[in-house]
Design a protein around this ligand. Structure first.
Ligand code: COA
Ligand code: AMP
Length: 633
């Protein structure tokens, strides 16, 4: 079918408010919006400022009380525990409204923050939706972070309660959450007063009397007493959640998502970008700790009345490289969304896709990729083995949905490998130079989005309008800075080439090298350090840390390097995947003392490089090359 993209995008350009007013009709509002956008409110304006609504009502109640009551809302499949379970919308409503009553009983009310520290189990979704139901603001923390990272988030969000489990399960390893949580709470100054904990059979957590409550007992008591909580009416502009993401320092940014704009954007994308019909099984193989999980495991599919999949496993090793194909066949999944890393992992394990032959994946209509650059080799391989469109799309935690993509629901545009295709309605994407002047097609520049950002994007950072302005709006007045660099071709296709800041992308996980440098610098023997992201065949990038030891340190560098690797795991967490520390005599610097991280990266990646004219001593670059070689890099 011919794509309607051009017409739809032009319609948005002509009258953005009419476009979003139309999209807003898909939502059941308490009071429908009369004003679509208020340019004077908030940091750069607010969407649907006079509307009221409840996200949980739209994601759960309206389906549970309508024709979808007995349709699956959630499919849970956990190869790491051997469990499988399904919840209809009616069952989901029962779980969520009961849990919301438990939260109220614990003293959690509208506007309170709640940390959700849970693995990929249905209860994580119940937790998020129960918060949404009573207007509490959830903040989900990914299980692969260490106690200190959790403590930073607790301090910023100042939660009243924490919802958690005794453990998560990584292949071959039970990750005990409770000791990490207890340590985080002891490190934090904003201490939550209540913890609700789900005991899993793989680990029994010890409970602190008075503070910690057992999930199953609390739910049984609420059920026995017939307690259910209703949806609270919220302003469309009230926060639904805070999701922390790496910033350029060790302190993460609390990305805020509102209720109204988010619902409108999520719903629009399900049909128009992903081409999903209500009732269809849609699987985002990510984690609820990431934005992809928030948007496309939880909110968008449920708002749209689709069936979502909660998969507690990996693309490989649980048990093999056929795991994804088994899931697609078993649950008749029509669209899979994951990060390119997952496909690189499958390809590495099973290059000829032998496992695929064992399964019938004919129900699959498309594969969506995001989270990191989709390298053409991986895209091509996926297209060949699956025989369906493979659609790369580009977005960020901040935007909550695709900035640039290929809108399957509007009719696909021709695919160009290496490009996530074109801007979605809502986004006026431009490539500019340092002076915020547009650059010619084909020329690299900073990627910026003309304000206002569309519904669903962050209105601000939690409690910090100033950091929002400083981080995203100050450098290019009138625009949002994506901190990605890239170019546009003559057909208007975007190419996203990398970050302009110190963020790196490791297995689709966003990490701050600045944050890692803070950890390295805290080691007693380290005088100076630099962390860069170096090319990795599987994970896209992997962090590599260079350290200069303090004079007079006599311990062996190998011993110190091992400690440093351990320190990053302890302070940031296993998700940092920090495995390479290299001791060097000095770091390459400009005459003004700036460390030449860009040149170091080129050397490590085997790219062409030349010594910058401003370098203090070019010989240091050869020393870096030799140190990398000595480590086999
Ligand atoms: N809880 C605790 N630890 C976790 C975790 C979690 N939820 N998720 C990952 N980790 C740990 C891993 O066990 C690993 O620990 P290790 O160093 O002891 O082996 C470490 O964090 C690094 O994890 P990861 O970078 O994911 O590497 P991996 O080798 O475990 O797995 C892939 C590699 C490609 C299989 C995996 O990254 C993957 O499935 N990626 C899919 C993409 C994805 O989910 N992206 C998210 C955004 S869309
Ligand atoms: P996150 O906020 O974790 O989703 O990470 C966002 C960052 O990941 C972006 O700023 C990009 O650098 C990168 N990214 C996400 N999707 C893509 C993509 N499709 N192509 C290239 N880079 C991407």
């Amino acid at each position: 079918m011919a794509s309607r993209y051009g017409e739809v995008y032009a319609g948005w350009q002509k009258d953005p408010e009419a476009f979003w007013a139309q999209a807003a009709r898909e939502i059941d509002w308490v009071e429908a919006p009369r004003q679509i956008f208020d340019p004077k409110a908030g940091v750069y304006g607010r969407w649907f400022p006079d509307a009221t609504c409840n996200t949980c009502f739209n994601a759960v109640d309206r389906h549970a009380k309508g024709a979808r009551a007995h349709q699956d809302a959630i499919i849970y499949d956990s190869p790491v525990t051997g469990q499988k379970k399904r919840y209809t919308y009616a069952q989901l409503l029962d779980e969520v409204s009961t849990l919301a009553a438990v939260l109220l009983e614990m003293g959690v009310t509208k506007g309170d923050r709640v940390i959700v520290y849970m693995p990929m189990i249905p209860e994580a979704l119940f937790a998020m939706l129960a918060c949404a139901r009573i207007g509490a603001i959830h903040s989900v923390v990914f299980g692969g972070f260490a106690a200190k990272e959790l403590a930073t988030r607790i301090d910023d969000a100042a939660p009243k309660a924490v919802l958690t489990t005794s453990c998560g399960i990584e292949p071959g390893r039970v990750v005990k959450y409770k000791p990490l949580l207890d340590e985080a709470i002891s490190l934090a100054s904003a201490k939550p007063t209540t913890v609700l904990l789900l005991q899993r059979e793989q680990a029994q957590a010890s409970m602190i009397a008075g503070r910690d409550h057992d999930w199953v007992e609390a739910m049984s008591a609420a059920r026995a007493a017939g307690k259910r909580a209703d949806c609270v009416t919220l302003k469309a502009t009230d926060p639904l959640y805070i999701l922390y993401t790496s910033g350029t320092t060790g302190v993460p940014k609390g990305v805020v998502r509102d209720n109204g704009g988010h619902m409108v954007a999520m719903t629009w994308t399900m049909q128009n970008l992903y081409g999903i019909n209500p009732g269809e099984p849609f699987w985002a193989a990510s984690d609820v700790g990431w934005v992809v999980g928030h948007s496309y495991i939880v909110y968008a599919p449920l708002l749209h009345g689709a069936t979502t999949v909660v998969y507690e496993g990996k693309p490989i090793g649980t048990p093999d490289a056929g795991a994804f194909w088994r899931m697609i066949e078993e649950y008749k999944i029509v669209s899979l969304f994951t990060a390119p890393t997952a496909f690189r992992a499958i390809k590495k394990e099973d290059p000829h896709a032998e496992f695929l032959k064992k399964y019938d994946t004919s129900c699959l209509r498309a594969l969506f990729l995001a989270g990191e650059r989709a390298d053409p080799d991986t895209v091509q391989w996926a297209e060949t083995i699956l025989g369906v469109p493979v659609i790369d799309h580009w977005w960020q935690t901040e935007t909550g949905w695709g900035i640039v993509g290929n809108p399957l629901g509007l009719g696909m545009l021709p695919v160009k490998h290496g490009s996530p295709t074109v801007p979605m309605p809502g986004y006026d994407v431009q490539i500019v130079d340092e002076a915020a002047k547009p650059v010619a097609n084909g020329k690299m520049g900073s990627i910026v989005i003309k304000l206002p950002l569309p519904p669903g994007c962050l209105p601000t950072l939690w409690g910090n309008d100033e950091r929002m302005r400083e981080s995203y709006l100050a450098e290019f007045p009138g625009f949002y800075k994506t901190a990605d660099a890239g170019f546009k071709d003559d057909d208007g296709y975007l190419y996203i080439m990398g970050r302009t800041d110190d963020i790196i992308n490791v297995a689709g996980h966003r990490l701050s090298t600045g944050g890692m440098e803070e950890v390295l610098a805290s080691h007693q023997d380290v005088a100076e350090c630099a962390v860069i992201g170096i090319k990795d065949e599987l994970k896209g990038e992997q962090p590599c840390g260079f350290v200069v030891l303090k004079s007079g340190v006599t311990r062996s560098p190998a011993e110190i390097e091992k400690e440093i690797v351990g320190l990053v795991r302890e302070k940031i967490g296993p998700v940092a995947a920090f495995k390479i520390a290299i001791t060097v005599a000095r770091l390459p610097k400009t005459r003004s003392g700036k460390i030449l991280r860009g040149t170091m990266k080129k050397i490590a990646d085997g790219d062409d490089w030349s010594a910058p004219a401003t370098i203090d001593d070019p010989a240091v670059l050869d020393e870096i090359g030799a140190a990398l070689k000595a480590k086999g890099i």
